[in-house]
Design a protein around this ligand. Structure first.
Ligand code: ADP
Length: 364
């Protein structure tokens, strides 16, 4: 498992205290604004509905503070509206009552709508995260089920023939001929299991993908758009450095989306370990010789030597709840497209994953 070192703990503490300061400042700004509106509402005549500006406070609070606090704040705004209305000396009473009704309903309706919007957004986040989890678990399930199913038969054969071989050898005198035949069956079953594994691996690579001329810049932009809400939610800065007029590659669009999506997801997960102010992902595309180069760089904690050794191993993960097949599948896909994938240390900090794919029609 990934153990954060003392430096990281210190950085996390700095990040946390920064966040604490930020929320204190926001709370202070809201209280200041509230006092301002209360004073304005009290000193102006009853005909002026200054209290409707309390909806600004609700809109500022929603998404920043827990639902319970937002409802309490809305209650407080309504209470202050009522108090202002009784304290205000000048103006017509009827107009005052109408304005008070308008202001309190505006506060109530705004709170209700804003909280509903935030809840819908949270549900959408959850659905998207679940989709990613399902996609990963489904591939994992498919892979293990086919391996288990197809390898089981030759393995059972090996056990039967091995037992038979031992029985023939155990006879007095040993039946060498029959024992040899059993041992040969063991060998042929073992070869069959090997062939099955090969087949399962090519299945995982989807060896007959639909290949079209594909623009990798488009795939990157789509992947980032899909992840934008998550990037915003975790305060991750995203920079695209895409080469203009990038030539297309001959590729299965869906599979390459999976590769870019996996690398982006890993980068985002790596950034969970660092303070918010330092979270940055850069995705770049360039043309080099007759290859398109894509890189996904993050400012996470990078790759320890022990991590680098196993990065592309199947089922190897340092994450709680990780599957360890994202990079395995990504490498299988990239290699099936005649390309390479590698991981390096990013120049300043973090990790950089580089994918190299041949330009469509390029002679290799
Ligand atoms: P998973 O994400 O489910 O763990 P992957 O195969 O995608 O599976 O990744 C394997 C491991 O590689 C991760 O658990 C993590 O330790 C490491 N890794 C992948 N990407 C990064 C990255 N950008 N920075 C640091 N470590 C990474």
């Amino acid at each position: 498992m990934f153990e954060p070192g003392p430096e990281l703990a210190e950085m996390n503490e700095t990040g946390e205290s920064f966040m604490q300061w930020k929320s204190w400042l926001q709370a202070a700004a809201i209280v200041g604004l509230m006092i301002g509106i209360f004073v304005a509402d009290t000193v102006t005549d009853l005909e002026i509905a200054a209290a409707v500006f309390y909806i600004v406070i609700i809109l500022l609070a929603v998404g920043r503070f827990p639902r319970r606090n937002v409802i309490a704040l809305a209650g407080l705004c309504i209470l202050l509206t009522l108090v202002s209305s009784t304290l205000t000396a000048g103006g017509s009473r009827e107009a005052g009552i109408v304005n008070m009704a308008i202001s309190t309903s505006a506060i109530g309706i705004t709170t209700w709508l804003a909280l509903r919007m935030v809840a819908a957004e949270a549900a959408a986040h959850e659905a998207r995260a679940q989709l990613v989890r399902i996609a990963r678990v489904t591939s994992l399930g498919e892979l293990t089920a086919s391996i288990a199913h197809e390898v089981n038969q030759p393995l059972a054969g090996i056990v039967t023939s091995g037992n038979a071989c031992l029985r023939w050898l155990g006879q007095d005198p040993p039946n060498i001929e029959k024992a040899r035949a059993s041992a040969e069956r063991v060998l042929s079953d073992a070869n069959r299991a090997g062939a099955v594994i090969q087949r399962v691996r090519s299945l995982a690579r989807h060896e007959s993908p639909k290949r079209d001329r594909t623009n990798l810049n488009e795939i990157i932009v789509e992947a980032v758009a899909l992840a934008q809400a998550e990037l915003d939610r975790h305060d991750i800065g995203m920079r695209l450095e895409l080469a203009e007029a990038l030539p297309p590659v001959q590729a299965d669009r869906v599979q390459l989306q999976q590769v870019i999506g996996n690398l982006l997801l890993n980068a985002m997960e790596a950034l969970a370990q660092v303070p918010q102010a330092e979270r940055q992902i850069v995705i770049a595309s360039t043309l080099e010789d007759r290859d398109v180069l894509i890189s996904v760089a993050d400012t996470g904690n990078g790759l320890a030597a022990s991590t680098r050794e196993h990065l592309f191993d199947a089922f190897w993960t340092t994450k709680e709840g990780g599957t360890g097949i994202g990079l395995t599948i990504s490498r299988a896909i990239v290699e099936a497209h005649g390309g390479h994938i590698r991981a390096d240390a990013n120049s300043a900090r973090g990790a950089i994953f580089k994918v190299r794919l041949p330009v469509a029609g390029a002679a290799r």
